[in-house]
Each structure stands twice: as structure tokens, then as C-alpha cells.
Design a protein around this ligand. Structure first.
Ligand code: ATP
Length: 212
């Protein structure tokens, strides 16, 4: 089995690339955002830590997470955000490792981990290959505003808090250019899929015959 990390900044097209991969045989996708949201509700240790740090108001009476409250606490506050990340990231990492093992045991051929933060959390050290999805800034702003109804300024503010795309591109194993029509993204995703699943690309394949 091969593991692929899919990352990129806001509005870059990570989810669009993941959706294309999801159509292919042998692929399982793990969305880091979904994992984090689930753990904040379902993992007792994470819940306790969030409650302790951010107060009982972080959860509603029915046990669901009060996302708006939490967002208002961490938005624009680096110390608070770092505190939340210190609670959530290790749990997400454990869940990712468990997801990799479970995928391996289920005969999955390509486990895809879609996450805005891959280099920042060190997940790249666990994954076989990291692909960054990227598009010109103006295109990303246009797509993100159209999708979320957010203002361009709000999108720019979020962008400014993310890793510089040039740095992501430098650290990635491959880059999916998403400045054009979605068909062009799909063609690159298809080629990456073929490349990652070709026998020569499988992790550990050295081309050398096994030694006796
Ligand atoms: P975020 O991190 O903000 O969630 P993302 O990287 O997952 O973003 P997507 O949600 O995949 O990005 O893409 C952003 C928006 O742009 C979506 O509405 C998506 O449908 C659209 N989009 C993605 N790629 C293209 C493309 N090549 N052409 C037109 N629209 C696109």
C-alpha cells in the first residue's frame, strides 16, 4: 500500500483532487478536518482537554461542539490556536496511523490523507508521497469567495496565516497545478495515481532482486 498526502492552501483544490481520487479503485481517503471534528466530540481525552483549556462553553448541553465559540476564542489569537492544536494534532496523528494500519489490513492500495496542515504537523514524515495542489493567488481567492460567500479580505487573512505556497511546493514530492479548468486537474491526478501505483513506485521497491 502507498500513502499519499494531499495538501495546499485555502481554495487550492485539495478536496477537488481528493474527489477525483475517490472514484478510483483501491483508494481510501481520510479527511484530516473530519477526523479532527470527530475526535473533538468522541474522544474523551480530547474533550476533557478542550473543556479544561477553553471552558465548558466549548460544548453545548447535548454534547456537540460549539464550533462558533471555539472559533471566536482561537481566531486571530496565536497562543489560543497553538493550545488547541497541541490538543488536537497529536490525536489526529494517532488516528491517521490507525487509519493507515486499518487500510493496509483491508487491502486498500492507496491511502490518501487530505489535510491543510501536512508539513506543519510533521505528517509528511509518515507519508510515502506528498502532493501539493496550487493555483495562482487570485484564482484561489476567487474560488474560495465563490464557495464560502466570504470576502476577499477574509480569504486573504486566512491565506496569510498558512504556509507560503512556494515553501509547500519546495517540500512536496509533486505539484498539481490547478490554475486551469478542472479537467486539467483531473488529468494530473490520474497521472499521479498511475505513477504511485506502478510497481516501480511502490515503497521499498529498489529494482534490485531480493538478497538471499
Ligand atoms: P479549502 O482548504 O479552502 O477547503 P480546498 O483546497 O479543499 O480548499 P476545493 O474546495 O477543492 O479547495 O476548491 C475550492 C473551490 O474551487 C471549490 O468550490 C471547488 O469546486 C472549486 N474548484 C476547484 N478546482 C477548480 C477548477 N480547476 N476550476 C474551477 N473551480 C474549481
Amino acid at each position: 500500500m502507498t500513502t499519499l498526502g494531499l495538501t495546499g492552501g485555502i481554495g487550492s483544490g485539495k478536496t477537488a483532487a481528493a474527489a477525483r481520487l475517490a472514484e478510483k479503485p483501491g483508494v481510501r481517503i481520510v479527511f484530516a478536518d473530519d477526523v479532527a471534528k470527530r475526535l473533538m466530540v468522541e474522544d474523551p481525552a480530547v474533550r476533557d482537554a478542550v473543556r479544561q483549556r477553553f471552558g465548558a462553553e466549548a460544548y453545548r448541553e447535548d454534547g456537540t461542539l460549539d464550533r462558533a465559540h471555539l472559533a471566536s476564542r482561537v481566531f486571530g489569537d496565536e497562543v489560543e490556536l497553538a493550545a488547541l492544536n497541541a490538543i488536537v494534532h497529536p490525536a489526529v496523528r494517532r488516528a491517521m496511523l490507525a487509519a493507515i494500519e486499518s487500510a493496509r489490513a483491508s487491502g486498500v492500495r492507496l491511502l490518501v490523507y487530505e489535510a491543510a496542515l501536512i508539513f506543519e504537523t510533521g505528517a509528511d514524515q509518515i507519508l510515502d508521497h506528498v502532493a501539493v495542489v496550487d493555483a495562482p493567488e487570485a484564482v484561489r481567492i476567487q474560488r474560495a469567495t465563490a464557495r464560502d460567500g466570504a470576502t476577499p479580505e477574509a480569504v486573504r487573512t486566512r491565506m496569510a496565516r498558512q504556509m507560503d505556497p512556494a515553501e509547500m511546493r519546495r517540500r512536496a514530492n509533486s505539484v498539481l497545478e490547478n490554475g486551469g479548468p478542472v479537467a486539467e486537474l483531473h488529468a494530473q491526478v490520474d497521472a499521479l495515481y498511475e505513477r504511485l501505483l506502478s510497481p516501480e513506485a511502490s515503497p521499498g521497491a529498489s529494482g534490485e532482486p531480493p538478497s538471499a
